[in-house]
Each structure stands twice: as C-alpha cells, then as structure tokens.
Design a protein around this ligand. Structure first.
Ligand code: PLP
Length: 449
C-alpha cells in the first residue's frame, strides 16, 4: 500500500486484488463499495442511497446502525471483550434465559455458535449422538449453510457445485404447493401432505437408521415455500413414530421475520431442535444458536457434549443478542412486521391482478416471495431452475432495474425475494412498493405474448 487515502476506487481495487468474496468467481470488482448505512438504507461510494429490501443477507432485521444496539455493543466491549465458553458470563446466561422464554414448548437450552451453518452442524451431530443413528433426511429445495455437513444437507445445486458429500444424507421432496411434485392439487399431493411421501422414503431407507429430519420451517433462499396447514404437524408425527429428531432450521425465518418469534409458531408445532442465527441479533456480531428441548437436555445432562468453538457464545455476540431481543420487545417489532406484512401482501396481490408475469405471491410477515412466469396458465417459469449462462438474464434484469432505481433486491431461480428490515416504516414500504410496481410492470411488458 502506498497511500493512506481510501477512496471508493481504491477500496474496490484492493477488494478485487486481495479479498476472496463468497459465491463468486474472483477477479471481478464487487458490485459497489458501501460507505455508510442507517436504518433501512445504505449509501454507495458514488453517493447513491439504496433502500435495503433484502436486509443484506436477510439478517439486518433491526436495520443498519440501530443506536441502542450499537451502544449495547460498545458497553459490552468496554466491560469484557471475551471470556472462554467454559466460564459462565452474564450475557450468555441472560440470552439463554430470554430465548427460553420465547422459544416454543420445552425448547429452553441453548448452545451458541457464530452462525447458522455451525448451528446446523451441531444439531445434526447432537441428533446422531442421541439416537445412535447416522442418516439425516433433508429436502431438495433447501439451504442449510456452507460448511461441509451443512452444505451436504443443503439440497439446492450449491451442494453439488460445492462438492459437499457426506454419507447418509437422504433427500425428500418439498411442500411446494404452487408446483406439486405429483402434479396433483396440494390437498392430495403426498409431499405437500408430508407423511405419505416421507413415510415412503423412510421405508426404503429403514426408519431405524435415521437420526434427524432437518427442514426450514418456511423455506427461504430456495423459493419462499410456505408449507400448507397440517404439514409440519405431519412431519412431527412421523418423527415421533420412529424416534427421529425434528430439526427446524429457522436461521432465516426465526426471530420475528414472519410476524411470530419463530415461523413454526404459526402452526404450533414443537420441534426437537431449532437452529438460528441472523435475526437473533440482527447480525451486528456473528451469532447463531442451537436451541434444544427435554430429549436433548436429558442426554446432555448424562453425557458429554462433543462440540465447541473458541468463539462459541462470544460475550459480545451474546450481549448484542440480549440488546436485540430487548429492542424487539420494547419497540413492538413483531407488531410492525404484522402491519407492514399486511401492507406488502395487499400491494403484491394487487400487482398480481395487473401483471400476469406474477404467477404466485406467498409468504408471512416480512418474508415474501413472488414467483415469475412466462405464462400463467402453463406456469412456465420466467427462467429455468438452476439457470446457466444467459438463461438467468430476465431475473438479473429485474434485480438490476431495482438497483438502478435505488432498491436492493435478490432473486433465486424465478423467485424474487422480498425481505426488508423488520423496522421498515409505512412510508418506506410505500416507496418500495411503487418502485417494485414499475420494475415488475416493465418486466411484464418485456415478455412477448
Ligand atoms: N440455514 C438457512 C435457512 C439459511 O438461510 C442460512 C443462510 O442463509 C444458513 C442456514 C446458514 O447460515 P450462515 O450463513 O450464518 O452460516
């Protein structure tokens, strides 16, 4: 380095030259330099203000630079930056207690990690220890993290591309009500019903060899799939029948995103384990959690837990978790999610009336997806599943149009994901809806019908 002046251009160039960015081919510059962020907005190096309608990686639930959260972290670092996970420390104890109060059923015992993948790794291994079994059932349209085990459990094409192969992962179909695997209506589709499909696969695999079923309560990245009523209970019943542990991955959907503390609360089902990260502390400091119930507690109190990281339960991360949950309670964040979620839902359904490109609108709270199609009747997707090369262009164009207008969006396959900060205001959401209307309207016009 020759100079201490960090212009946006120099930041971009050093990033390209010295930093490996995730999920990217290297050697190209990043999309932008971000120099500033506040609330639902961030500012790029060229001075543009962008409405963060993704909440970054669906983790900045309280928005950027929430003053109370920043202050709590400053206070925590001044008090004690770090103490090993073998000691008791106030922030860890307090966060464990707060989670126990809001988590469903008997889930009241937490192991803290530095993110979602690590929480899933620990959950899978714990289930294997407790059951003495190896196999794990996981779904095709799923994302569970980018470490070896979590990526192997992931069903989306990243697990193939990433070369994550761990023996004993068995796949099953998703409750994809808009495109059922059988082609039957969801009420008759074995995968949407849950048990009929799962039972069939379990009989082939031998249910007594299966340790865990891992599912996203509401699937995030892979299409915002909301299970039909009865589905999660059906999985719970199958798990109980064979002594299998049910792991609900709520890394994206948990901690208020859907308008309840946990997405699974919409159906009052209690899993054996919830894995979490992201919204748990709005991601200001890396934090995840594996939250377990009585079956795990009994085992953990009579056996040794074979797991741990240097930064497991990092005091700063836990302190930010405590502050984040307190802010959510004090500022009525769940109420805001329900109200803004209803506002978003109304607007998207009105858009669907006007633009045939919108095949399906689905979600809960501020966790929404719109599925784009070339033809409503045939449901031909706007881009194919796992698009290669230029096939992804029509979706990329929509995201690029958003960026040009000043709204940060993301898409996977043919689904546009809408996940703003949970503190977004009514006016900000109106602004976003107006921009979305123009972007989707333009995409609709581009289709030659
Ligand atoms: N599980 C789900 C459902 C996720 O959406 C993610 C991240 O997007 C993960 C797990 C992995 O979490 P992390 O990136 O913190 O390891």
């Amino acid at each position: 380095a020759t100079t201490d002046v960090w212009t946006p251009e120099r930041i971009l160039e050093s990033d390209r030259r010295y930093v490996i960015r995730s999920w990217s081919q290297q050697g190209k510059p990043a999309q932008a330099v971000v120099t500033d962020a506040s609330g639902s907005w961030f500012t790029t190096g060229d001075g543009r203000r962008i409405l963060d309608f993704q909440s970054q990686l669906v983790n900045m639930n309280l928005g950027h630079q929430h003053p109370k959260l920043v202050e709590a972290i400053q206070q925590a670092v001044a008090e004690m930056a770090y103490i090993g996970p073998g000691f008791a420390a106030r922030a860890r104890s307090e966060l464990g207690e707060m989670i126990a109060e809001i988590a469903p059923g008997d889930l009241d015992f937490s192991f803290f990690t530095t993110g979602g993948a690590e929480a899933n790794e620990n959950a899978i291994r714990l289930a294997q220890h407790i059951t003495g079994r190896q196999k794990v059932m996981a779904r095709y349209r799923s994302y569970h993290g980018a470490t070896l085990g979590a990526l192997a459990a992931t069903g989306d094409p990243r697990h193939n591309n990433g070369g994550a192969n761990v023996p004993g992962i068995v796949r099953f179909h998703d409750p994809y009500t808009y495109r059922t695997p059988s082609g039957l209506p969801p009420e008759q589709d074995p995968a949407c019903l849950g048990a009929p499909h799962l039972e069939e696969i379990l009989q082939y695999e031998d249910p007594s060899s299966v340790a865990a079923i891992i599912i996203e309560s509401i699937t995030g990245t892979n299409g915002l799939l909301v299970p039909p009523d009865g589905y999660l209970q059906s999985l719970r019943d199958v798990a109980d029948k064979y002594g299998i542990m049910l792991i609900a991955d709520e890394v994206m959907a948990g901690f208020g995103r859907t308008g309840e503390w946990f997405a699974i609360d919409h159906w009052n089902v209690v899993p054996d384990i919830i894995t979490s990260a992201k919204g748990l502390n709005s991601g200001y400091i890396p934090l995840g959690a594996m939250i377990v119930g009585d079956r795990s507690r009994e085992w953990l109190e009579s056996n040794k837990f074979w797991g741990g990281q240097t930064y497991a339960g990092h005091p700063l991360a836990c302190a930010s978790g405590v502050a984040s949950l307190r802010i959510m309670q004090e500022e009525g964040v769940l109420e805001n999610v329900r109200e803004r979620g209803a506002q978003l839902d109304r607007a998207l359904r009105a858009m669907q009336e006007r633009y045939p490109i919108i095949g399906d609108v689905r979600g809960k709270g501020l966790f929404y997806g719109i599925e784009l199609v070339r033809d409503r009747a045939t449901k031909e997707p706007l881009v194919p599943f796992n698009p290669a090369g230029t096939a992804a262009k029509p979706m990329q164009q929509i995201v690029a149009d958003g960026w040009a207008k000043g709204i940060y969006l993301s898409a996977n396959n043919n689904v546009l994901r809408l996940t703003p900060p949970l503190v977004i205001t009514e006016e900000e959401l109106d602004l976003a809806i107006a921009m979305l209307d123009e972007i989707i309207g333009a995409a609709d016009s581009r289709l030659q019908r």
